[in-house]
Design a protein around this ligand. Sequence first.
Ligand SMILES: Nc1ncnc2c1ncn2[C@@H]1O[C@H](COP(=O)(O)OP(=O)(O)O)[C@@H](O)[C@H]1O
Ligand SMILES: [Mg+2]
Length: 365
Amino acid sequence: MAEAMIEFQSVTKTYQGGQPAVDDLTMSIDKGKITVFVGPSGCGKTTSLRMINRMVEPTSGTLTVDGRDVTSVPAAQLRRSMGYVMQSSGLMPHRSVLDNVATVPRLNGVSRAAARQRSRELLDVVGLDPDLGRRYPSQLSGGQQQRVGVARALAADPPVLLMDEPFSAVDPVVRDELQKELLRLQRDLAKTIVFVTHDIDEATVLGDKVAVFAGGGKLAQYATPEEILRAPANDFVASFVGRDRGFRHLAFSPSDGVTIHPVDTVRTGELDGPDRAAADRWQLVVDDGGRPLGWSAPGAGAAIVPGGSLFRKGETLRRALDAALSSPSGLGVAVDPDGRVAGVITAEEVLAVIEADRRLRQGVG
Ligand SMILES: Nc1ncnc2c1ncn2[C@@H]1O[C@H](COP(=O)(O)OP(=O)(O)O)[C@@H](O)[C@H]1O
Ligand SMILES: [Mg+2]
């Protein structure tokens, strides 16, 4: 039996008055292993992850890290003791890559010179040329930025690494590379990693153990990838797992039949405006060039929620489905070849095209 590092005991989170986002979660996360939370959008993965470092406080139940109740550790200290990597790299745009990586060591009192030296080493560890450290984040590709995000999370050498869909917004080839890199890193580092994804393939590739979440924040199954694939605990897990596996051919299917709908957008400069504050629906946040930056939730004012993977017009059905399933608004963002927003696609419609495609292949008519 592996030693437990993080334990959820009957943990429930209910945001103001709503249905539980996480419902009576009890699970034990192994020390030095990769545990993956997987499930469709909205099933409570991010909320569960964020309760570990107190970015979100549980409504009830107990959560311990290394035997200590997290509420007994000041939230800021707890947060600094764990690495955190998000879907958007979350790097500070006006600081060099080196200074971004050095942030937490500096907060912990390490000298600037020593922190920078360590940052250069870490860039090498995550497979980047240390000379890239002098650049600003915007001068790096998406995949490079995510590597910097990982380097930054590792900078204080934390025992626990929390990763929330860190590879969801990069293209499939880069995603494969980043997954391999993480597994290589983990062989040396043996951190306790909690990794969130909506992609069952990614979950089974990375996880020593996989927790499948269902709607309503319920844990549907928690087991090794082999066991989940071999013996799904119920119909939900079977369809979630089976769906993606049965969908492999989608990587070769065209997406011509998928309708792209108009979308309500808001520019970053308008986020503080009265219209946005009163808005009761999701709006897509775009930059001045019309490129997507993320979503603004109903009634959430100026906060931008990372947007899920993008679907470039003409890409495969697999990419279309991925975009729709990973989006916090439930709408996948479609972009033109130049990266400007073309509109949105819905998972329901993508699934309908997939179903029609399947019937055609099988001659079911
Ligand atoms: N800050 C928040 N305020 C209110 N509701 C939230 C907040 N964050 C998440 N939720 C809701 O909680 C549920 C679970 O969300 P989340 O944990 O983000 O799921 P996932 O990461 O699996 O997509 C969703 O219904 C979501 O709308
Ligand atoms: Mg999430």
